[in-house]
Design a protein around this ligand. Structure first.
Ligand SMILES: Cc1cc2nc3c(=O)[nH]c(=O)nc-3n(C[C@H](O)[C@H](O)[C@H](O)COP(=O)(O)O)c2cc1C
Length: 359
């Protein structure tokens, strides 16, 4: 993709897309640890036709427990990405997020790059802002930003590891958790606290219990934003922290142990099994970023539609094999948690439901 003029925020959004598409931006050794989760079959015989993946978010029905994580917007060159994602997910009846909307607060002329409801007015659209931007913007400005694109929810991304490596990053996080809680009370849309691939701990989740609608764990094992910013920094600052973060499976368990709201499982979700294992750990819905970006940039909206509908269909087939008819049954499955994940859970003193067997 080419680079046109614009603010620093706008060109950063374009650089991010180009780096994720063209460079190695995944964790090298650390995994999501979802491979240490084994769902025990229910013992019931179920037909594929009996499996219904419908679930609910903010009181609205969605067709499958899958969504597209927020990625982009803010530059004319990325408009087609958001538009094509919206066209695909509207046919599937699942939610999508947009990337940080800071660029449109700074320059209203790029609002259209996030404004995808005109292509898919029936979707759940998740707006996005970085936690450090909350130092600078009032609740009213955030409300206007969400209303300008008719967003149904707001994801506030907390990304200390990314900011610490980002050349123009802001590392003053003082008072920001309290600011998110104040924001959640002051705007109409439900708020999701979201990481960007480094995971949420039980200590952080506990602070938000009863205060935000959901936590999107965005754990380690997929795209590393320390990695992405290391390319942008043109130095080697990020190499030491490339593998930093709480693996997604562990982060789901940490979050579930201290937060009663909805839990989104994301960060390194790459296969239908990853999604099934996350739901069995208690997550409500699974999100993907990089695989969606690659698919939509290569194959457009139709290719992304096929990729996601095959993904969802595979979840259905695998659930039928395991003997689960719906998401709720899967969320109550018996689960074997193998070492080393089981060992870390014990060391961290994480309370897990009695349906879990720890190796
Ligand atoms: C090109 C790109 C841009 C992203 N920009 C944002 C952003 O603006 N705000 C945000 O909360 N997360 C952003 N993310 C992070 C993703 O939402 C997600 O947390 C992360 O990539 C891990 O998911 P994955 O392993 O499926 O890629 C971006 C991801 C990609 C691939």
């Amino acid at each position: 993709m080419t680079k046109k003029s614009g603010t620093v925020t706008q060109s950063r959004k374009l650089e991010h897309v180009n780096i994720v598409l063209n460079k190695q931006t995944q964790y090298k050794e650390k995994t999501t640890m979802l491979e240490y989760v084994q769902v025990i079959e229910s013992g019931e015989k179920v037909s594929y036709k009996d499996v219904n993946l419908e679930t609910e978010l903010i009181g609205k029905r969605i067709n499958a427990p899958v969504f597209v994580s927020g990625m982009t917007g803010g530059h004319s060159d990325v408009f087609d990405i958001n538009k094509n994602i919206a066209l695909a997910i509207s046919k599937l009846g699942i939610p999508m997020g947009v990337g940080s909307q800071r660029a449109m607060i700074e320059d209203k002329s790029v609002t259209y790059t996030y404004d995808v409801k005109k292509f898919a007015n029936d979707i759940i659209l998740i707006g996005n802002i970085g936690i450090t931007s909350l130092h600078n913007y009032s609740n009213g400005e955030i409300q206007n930003m969400l209303d300008a694109i008719d967003a149904d929810m707001l994801a506030v991304h907390t990304n200390p590891a990314q900011e610490s490596v980002q050349p123009e990053g802001s590392t003053d996080f003082r008072g920001l958790y309290e600011r998110v809680i104040e924001l959640a009370k002051g705007i109409k849309q439900p708020v999701v606290l979201k990481e960007v691939g480094n995971g949420i701990s039980k200590e952080v989740a506990e602070k938000f219990d009863g205060k935000v609608y959901a936590i999107d764990v965005q754990g380690a094992g997929g795209t590393t934003w320390v990695g992405v910013e290391t390319y942008r920094s043109k130095g080697e600052e990020g190499l030491a922290f490339w593998e930093w973060g709480i693996p997604t499976a562990l982060s789901i368990l940490e979050t579930k142990s201290s937060f009663k709201g909805k839990v989104f499982a994301s960060g390194g979700i790459r296969s239908p099994e990853d999604c099934i294992n996350s739901l069995a750990l208690g997550a409500d819905i699974c999100g993907m970023a990089k695989p969606v970006l690659v698919s939509v940039c290569k194959e457009g909206s139709e290719g992304l539609y096929l990729m996601l509908s095959n993904f969802i269909d595979e979840i259905k087939k695998k659930m039928a094999k395991l003997g689960f008819r719906n998401v709720n049954e899967l969320k109550n499955a018996r689960v074997l948690i193998k070492e080393p994940l089981s060992k870390i859970i014990k060391q961290r003193g994480i309370i897990v439901p009695s349906r879990f067997v720890l190796e």
